[in-house]
Design a protein around this ligand. Sequence first.
Ligand code: ATP
Ligand code: MG
Length: 504
Amino acid sequence: MNDFVLAIDQGTTSSRAIVFDAKGTIVSTGQKEHEQVFPKAGWVEHDPHEIWTNVREVVGQALTKADLTHENIKAVGITNQRETAVVWDKTTGKAVYNAIVWQDTRTQKIIDRLAGDEGADKYKDTVGLPLATYFAGPKVVWVLENVDGAREKAEAGDLLMGTIDTWVLWNMTGGKDGGVHVTDVTNASRTMLMDLDTLQWDESIAKDMGIPLSMLPEIRSSAEVYGEGRRGGLLPGVPIAGILGDQQAATFGQACFEVGMAKNTYGTGNFMLMNTGTEKVPSKNGLLTTVAYKIGDAAPVYALEGSIAVTGSLVQWLRDNLGLIKDAPDIEKLAATVEDNGGAYFVPAFSGLFAPHWRSDARGALVGLTRYVKAGHIARAVLEATAFQTAEVLDAMKADSGVELSELKVDGGMVANEVLMQFQADLLDVDVVRPQVAETTALGAAYAAGIAVGYWSGEQDVIDNWAEDKRWTPSMDADERGRLMRNWKKAVTKTLDWVDDDVD
Ligand SMILES: Nc1ncnc2c1ncn2[C@@H]1O[C@H](COP(=O)(O)OP(=O)(O)OP(=O)(O)O)[C@@H](O)[C@H]1O
Ligand SMILES: [Mg+2]
């Protein structure tokens, strides 16, 4: 068969385009990193125009490598770094400011103002999220309040906002010449502006934030035809038919279709999602309630989510800021030079702490240091930080859902790391299972698009195509597990109450 589905995975670190065949196997890939802009402590930006250029480039790479043209592509799915917000002028197509990235903490004062006397859970019943710098809506507020002329233009109806899915879709479908201004329910559920029951914008929250409704995209399902690739582009006339936020896409690609099924993705950050079916489960333990997916006219499926801001990016930090390793995978060799963490614990609260703590006043700490500690121990502590944070999230997941997982499906760049995966299984005391296609984010978006156009018939195809690659089984005794977790929790307490009011 000469027909394929293309997924565009616009991530925090890089953009990828992947061509999949009907078995869900990777045919070809294009990938390119983009610049991380850090204008001040706590601020993280991307140039949305660079992202759009890279998306086009990686689509070209993927098609060229497999010797395909747009005629071989049945549908395109988009998946994206979530919560990252762009505001642009619909007449010129130019962004009025860089994209403000999900990790960025500059909106703290806006968050405090919105919370007022009612506190961080003010909108939680409606949107499933606590007020935190993580989410997209307040980032748009920051642009409206801080970029010259933005407020006036927005009031005049000249500006559009979007998460990255919307920015990519608008540009792919023609941009200022007829671009489609749409998002899907999963991305919309990360703005703090969507009502989880109606799946529509909550006008009163938009009003509280001062965001004109004319800026907001239309909310659609995760699998339907939104538009076609623009004429003169690389994918003219090809239906763009799937959108899922990256973590929801991975949940879909991992075939977590039954209530209680969960996956954990180890990328820039870590994100565990558990399917809770058509029921939205409010969290009492620091998790988020979010939309997992909505396929066409079918009822929406919800999830509980544990979001961890810094995991793989701590490995990058060790590489880029400390120069202890040359490439991310080298951390495994460095960690293997020692037996254990040597007493060192690294809590990477670089953007405050996300789930299950939600402490924006926290900042990173490396504790337990003695003269004994060497680079190998720090490498080990860096890897262990990912596993410890995941263990805390899994505990919250159990408490909120009442589900005891028998195994955890994992994916993302860090699952190549055997030291980490074994330690993770040891710490969780459940099997950790990696699928053959570790690019589940792109795969999930491809499935959504392929299902929308009838390339795949439905979820059963996803289940049939899923295959196990490797399994790690716990081998640590309970006392050791308990000792490690106790130390970790102590280390976390050392990061709290760090940021004072006089810091922006
Ligand atoms: N062998 C490895 N051991 C530990 N960490 C690794 C290894 N290989 C990659 N990483 C880390 O994994 C991350 C990349 O994973 P992945 O490509 O899944 O990220 P991502 O979150 O999808 O990226 P994006 O944010 O662009 O979507 C990087 O942060 C990198 O430091
Ligand atoms: Mg990713």
